[in-house]
Design a protein around this ligand. Structure first.
Ligand code: PMP
Length: 288
């Protein structure tokens, strides 16, 4: 009997989409050719994790979405509360308990021209199964490559215009790695889709939340947890030399959570991961 219920629950789960003002099948073709997100990458986004049916740091993500919207002179078509109700309804419809919610707002649908008229933005969303990180993968850590940060200077905006990030991730994957660690003139900024932390002599370092990085929600949580644990945090710039000489390196993001780095280019990090492991276990406590 128990098995049967489990089977029914699984079979009811389905990934879904939302476009403009309606729920759609995840594979439905809904984006008009003159959508500015489609033609210009003119829009912003957020990725929010759902653990056991519960939205994690929803308010923080929507606040950052609002900040990104203001930065590009875009008006979000729905209130914070309305977005919450659309997401909640979507989660119920999908039945997915371990989900990744992707929210995107583009500037709308107009005849193609670079400058934009005032007009309604387009809200869209997908709800999909989250990629589960196996404990063994986290124990192992990830391999990374160092690359030039070739992005524009407003990386604090979570823009859907991700071409340099895509190229960096592709180069990492091509090199058999999981992530790229980016630097600007030798200063380590962040990953192609994550933030970077290093530990040296018991101190945690990460790039300050300037315009040169995305101020990750996971990054902010990790800093909070470190402070609670009495780990000293320095939000300062550090260079490639310091990165490669670090005692521990880890990366953070909504989808990777807190992920140790095992290798950077050909340099392997073999030391104890005392602080990384502490922060992983504190972060896991937030999710249960
Ligand atoms: N930096 C970049 C460039 C990213 O794309 C992401 C993930 N969206 C992050 C950092 C991590 O942010 P968060 O912890 O909010 O997922």
């Amino acid at each position: 009997m128990k098995r049967l219920i489990l089977y029914e629950e699984v079979s009811l789960m389905k990934e879904i989409g939302f476009y403009q003002d309606r729920f759609v099948d995840i594979n439905e073709k809904v984006v008009p050719i003159q959508e500015r997100g489609h033609q210009f990458g003119d829009g912003i986004y957020e990725v929010i994790r759902v653990y056991n049916g519960e939205l994690f740091t929803f308010d923080e993500h929507i606040d950052r979405l609002q900040m990104s919207a203001e930065a590009i002179d875009l008006e979000i078509p729905y209130s914070h509360e309305k977005i919450h109700s659309i997401v909640t309804e979507g989660l119920e419809l999908s039945g997915i308990k371990e989900a990744e919610v992707y929210i995107q707002i583009t500037r709308g649908i107009f005849n193609r021209q670079h400058h934009y008229p005032d007009g309604p933005a387009v809200f869209s969303m997908t709800i999909r199964h989250a990629r589960k990180i196996e404990a063994t993968a986290r124990d192992k850590g990830i391999d990374t490559v160092v690359l030039d940060d070739e992005r524009w200077l407003n990386c604090y905006i979570k823009s859907i215009n991700l071409l340099p990030n895509v190229m960096a991730k592709q180069a990492a994957v091509k090199a058999g790695c999981t992530e790229a660690i980016l630097h600007r003139d030798g200063i380590v900024t962040e990953g192609s889709s994550s933030n970077v932390f290093i530990v040296k002599k018991g101190i945690l370092y990460t790039h300050p939340a300037t315009k040169r990085i995305l101020n990750g929600i996971t990054r902010q949580k990790v800093i909070e947890l470190a402070n609670q644990q009495g780990i000293y945090v320095e939000e300062i710039q550090f260079d490639l030399h310091m990165l490669l000489e670090a005692d521990e390196v880890f990366m953070t993001s909504t989808s990777m959570e807190v992920m140790p780095v095992k290798k950077i280019d050909n340099i392997e990090f073999t030391g104890e991961r005392e602080i990384t492991n502490k922060l992983i276990s504190e972060f896991q406590k937030l999710l249960s």
